[in-house]
Design a protein. Structure first.
Length: 283
């Protein structure tokens, strides 16, 4: 079982290269960066975790920029979007960004994707909230065509382009793993339809702990004609609990992701040291 860490990189947090090196030195597998292009001041969409929206959501840097900086100063650490808001992004341009970072990182990119919750933010990008799931699926399908074909085309209901050429192609074959975020059951279904992994939060209002739903997810995979091993589970929101970590390991969870505050090294490094100790205990 692998351990990753996520941070909203801001102008008051650790720099991505600094954190990446600290993670690699301590045996972490991956670094994840979220995405919000902006936060509208209107509030039609409540924050899923409840309460006020944290300041870091307004201040987050671009994930492809921060992850490229992280990859440039590390050798083995994987870098991933956690998550990329595909429904708000042009698929042709995003496909090139994914291919480019996969090439520049030496094939260490993990493409975490999600469909988002902030309708105000999406509408500013011209995305219709009610059809965001279909739009995201078609954009991912279109990107797969671009990554895997020399002359790609895609014709869907919401995404449409005639034969075109785009390079570079990703270094990973056929493309970086697409790890689909979202709660059970809908996020799980999307992961089985077009993903290479499922990435739920540990706790949501609809369930106390996602680990109880993993057997059902694997049953769903078999019913969908997927080998459960081809859609491994990444749990977001790891806790400093050795017994829980061992249970996740024994349950066959591929990866846990620790959510870090947008803070400087004096706060973050002691937390990483505690996690490094836990990693050795459950190895």
């Amino acid at each position: 079982m692998h351990i990753g860490a996520a941070m909203f990189f801001t102008d008051y947090s650790m720099a991505p290269g600094e954190l990446a090196q600290a993670l690699e030195e301590r045996g972490f597998e991956s670094l994840w960066a979220p995405e919000h292009s902006h936060i509208p001041l209107s509030r039609k969409s409540p924050f899923p975790s409840g309460g006020d929206l944290p300041k870091k959501y307004y201040d987050a840097m671009d994930p492809f920029m921060t992850l490229t900086a992280a990859a440039a100063v590390t050798k083995t650490l994987k870098v991933g979007t956690g998550i990329c808001l595909v429904a708000q992004r042009d698929p042709i341009q995003t496909s090139k960004q994914v291919s480019s970072i996969d090439q520049l990182s030496g094939g260490r990119f993990l493409f975490g994707v999600g469909n988002g919750w902030n309708s105000d933010e999406m509408e500013n990008h011209g995305t219709v909230f009610k059809t965001r799931h279909k739009l995201a699926r078609e954009r991912i399908e279109a990107m797969k065509e671009i990554w895997t074909k020399s002359k790609a085309e895609y014709h869907g209901e919401l995404v449409n382009f005639d034969p075109m050429m785009s390079w570079p192609k990703p270094l990973q074959n056929p493309h970086p793993p697409i790890i689909v975020g979202g709660a059970f059951p809908y996020g799980a279904r999307r992961a089985l339809r077009y993903g290479d992994g499922w990435m739920p939060h540990r706790v949501r209002t609809t369930y106390a702990d996602v680990s109880a739903l993993i057997p059902k997810f694997r049953e769903m995979a078999k019913e969908a004609g997927r080998d459960p091993a081809s859609v491994p589970v990444t749990i977001w929101g790891a806790k400093e609990d050795e017994s829980l970590l061992k249970r996740d390991r024994d349950d066959g969870v591929e990866r846990l992701v620790v959510s870090l505050d947008s803070a400087k090294a004096d706060k973050i490094l002691p937390e990483l040291d505690r996690w490094a100790k836990l990693l050795r205990a459950v190895a």
